[in-house]
Ligand binder design. Structure first.
Ligand code: CA
Length: 233
C-alpha cells in the first residue's frame, strides 16, 4: 500500500511505541502526540491521511478531538479510528455518532489494527462506482438502487423499502459499524418513523430474507451493525 501519513494520538508510551513500530514497518509516516491539544495542532500542521485516536486522554479527550476534526470542513474527510478500552461502548457509540470512522479496542493485535487502518484508508479512495444509482455487488448480494431490487446468488428477494435502505446503507461502506441512530438517520424520509429499537426488527427481517447471506449482516454488540467486508484485496 502507498505510503500514508498517520497521526497517533495516545498518552501511553508503550502503546505509542507499538503503534509507531507497526505502522512504520508498513512504510507509513507516523507522528505521535500525547494530548488532545497537541492532536488538534498536528492535524493542521502534519495533515495526516488518518488519525488513530485514543479516547481517554489527559485534558481535551478523544471525543472532543474527534468532534473538532469532524466538524471542520478542512479536516472532516480524514478517517478517524478510535482506540478504546473494553467496556467503553457508550464512548464508542458517541464517537461514531460524532463521525469517527471505526474503532479498535485495547488490547489489540497489530494485525487487526493494521487491517482496520488499511480498510479505513481504502474507504477514502474515490469509489470506482461513484453513482448512487449503480449496481452494488458484495459477497453474493447484488443491490440495484435504481430499481429497488436485491438478488442473492442471482435470485431476486423481496425486501420492504426500509429493509432495502438499511441494506443499501450498510453495503455502501462494508466493514464500517453503524450505530442504531445512524441507521435511523440513514433511512430517514420513510413514510413512517424508524426508532432505534425498530432497527433491530428491520435487521432481523433483512437477515431472514437474505437467507444464507444473512450472516454477512453482523451485530456489533453494544454498538450497532455492519455488513462484513469482503476478504482479500
Ligand atoms: Ca489513554
Amino acid at each position: 500500500m502507498e505510503r500514508k501519513k498517520i497521526l497517533v494520538v495516545e498518552d501511553e508510551v508503550p502503546i505509542q511505541e507499538l503503534l509507531r513500530f507497526n505502522l512504520e514497518r508498513r512504510n507509513h509516516r507516523v507522528e505521535v502526540v500525547g494530548t488532545g491539544e497537541a492532536a488538534l495542532g498536528a492535524v493542521g500542521a502534519f495533515r495526516p491521511d488518518l488519525v488513530l485516536l485514543d479516547i481517554m486522554l489527559p485534558g481535551t479527550d478523544g471525543l472532543e478531538v474527534c468532534k473538532q476534526i469532524k466538524t471542520n470542513p478542512e479536516t472532516r474527510r480524514i478517517p478517524v479510528i478510535m482506540l478504546t478500552a473494553l467496556g467503553e461502548e457508550a464512548d464508542i457509540v458517541a464517537g461514531l455518532e460524532l463521525g469517527a470512522d471505526d474503532y479498535v479496542t485495547k488490547p489489540f493485535s497489530p494485525r487487526v489494527l493494521l487491517a482496520r487502518v488499511k480498510a479505513a484508508l481504502r474507504r477514502t479512495e474515490p469509489a470506482p462506482q461513484a453513482g448512487a444509482e449503480e449496481l452494488l455487488r458484495i459477497h453474493n448480494i447484488a443491490i440495484d438502487p435504481a430499481r429497488y431490487k436485491v438478488a442473492v446468488d442471482g435470485r431476486e428477494i423481496a425486501l420492504t423499502s426500509t429493509e432495502f435502505k438499511v441494506l443499501q446503507l450498510l453495503a455502501g461502506q462494508p466493514g464500517r459499524v453503524f450505530t442504531r441512530y445512524q441507521i435511523v438517520d440513514g433511512v430517514h424520509g420513510e413514510d413512517y418513523p424508524v426508532t432505534d429499537r425498530s432497527v433491530d426488527v428491520q435487521i432481523v427481517g433483512l437477515r431472514k430474507k437474505l437467507g444464507e447471506a444473512g450472516h454477512f449482516v453482523e451485530t456489533v454488540r453494544g454498538i450497532g451493525y455492519r455488513l462484513r467486508e469482503e476478504e482479500g484485496e
